[in-house]
Design a protein around this ligand. Structure first.
Ligand code: PRP
Ligand code: URA
Length: 210
């Protein structure tokens, strides 16, 4: 696997994924679990963020400390990516939040774009593109393309919860410069393009639109 792709392993991640996968988990528990899982991912996905020295005074003495060097941008892919924002913002409250609206046409499985809103200075930001589901990879590949071409963003990290091998390969092939984190690599896609064993339709389970 490419150095740009990381599959995270942690007992708490596994435990929360078990709740998300279970069809008996209701919308309320699904939402809170996705939020908690996203919170857990932050420590890993921010491991290489650059720091810069800053001179401050403690109550006892002047001292040089390290602070994050770059502004951070979170971009959830609507709708399901919204479920990951709060958990990450809890740990990085200074992050800005953009939005990209892309859905997957149910018949063709091709991405359909309908919304993009980014801060004006997005190009300078270290950007985390959030979508729990990486199935064929079409939606995320399209969203990355939008961030690059319309936002001028060069430093993009995709954060996803479940990935199918087919989608991971497709996204990496389309954007080899992009770093990808996933909480789990599942088995494969089914004939309708759903991740197996997966967790079903994430947006529907999150917002109760099943
Ligand atoms: C889901 C999911 C991804 C996409 C993944 O969104 O949140 O964006 O499907 O599939 P892909 O990798 O094959 O493109 P969906 O299209 O269901 O939109 P929704 O969240 O608005 O319901
Ligand atoms: N989108 C989802 O929400 N779930 C899948 O399994 C595939 C695409």
């Amino acid at each position: 696997m490419s150095a740009n792709i990381t599959v995270l392993h942690h007992p708490l991640i596994e435990h929360k994924l078990a709740l998300l996968r279970n069809r008996d988990t209701d919308n309320k528990l699904f939402r809170s679990t996705l939020e908690e899982l996203s919170y857990l991912l932050v420590y890993e996905i921010t491991r290489d963020l650059p720091l810069q020295p800053v001179r401050i005074h403690t109550p006892l003495a002047p001292c040089e400390v390290q602070q994050l060097a770059d502004p951070i941008l979170l971009v959830p892919v609507l709708r399901a990516g919204l479920g990951m924002v709060t958990g990450i913002l809890d740990l990085i409250p200074s992050a800005k939040v953009g939005h990209v609206g892309v859905y997957r046409d149910e018949a063709s499985l091709c991405p359909v774009e309908y919304y993009l809103r980014l801060p004006p200075d997005a190009a300078a930001m270290r950007t985390f593109l959030l979508d729990p589901m990486l199935a064929t990879g079409g939606s995320l590949a399209h969203a990355v393309e939008l961030l690059k071409t319309k936002g001028g963003i060069t430093n993009i990290t995709v954060v996803t919860i479940l990935a199918a091998p087919e989608g991971l390969d497709a996204l990496h092939a389309a954007h080899p410069d992009v770093t990808i984190y996933t909480a789990m690599l599942d088995q494969r896609l089914d004939e309708r393009g759903y991740i197996l064993p997966g967790l079903g339709d994430c947006g529907d389970r999150l917002f109760g639109t099943v």
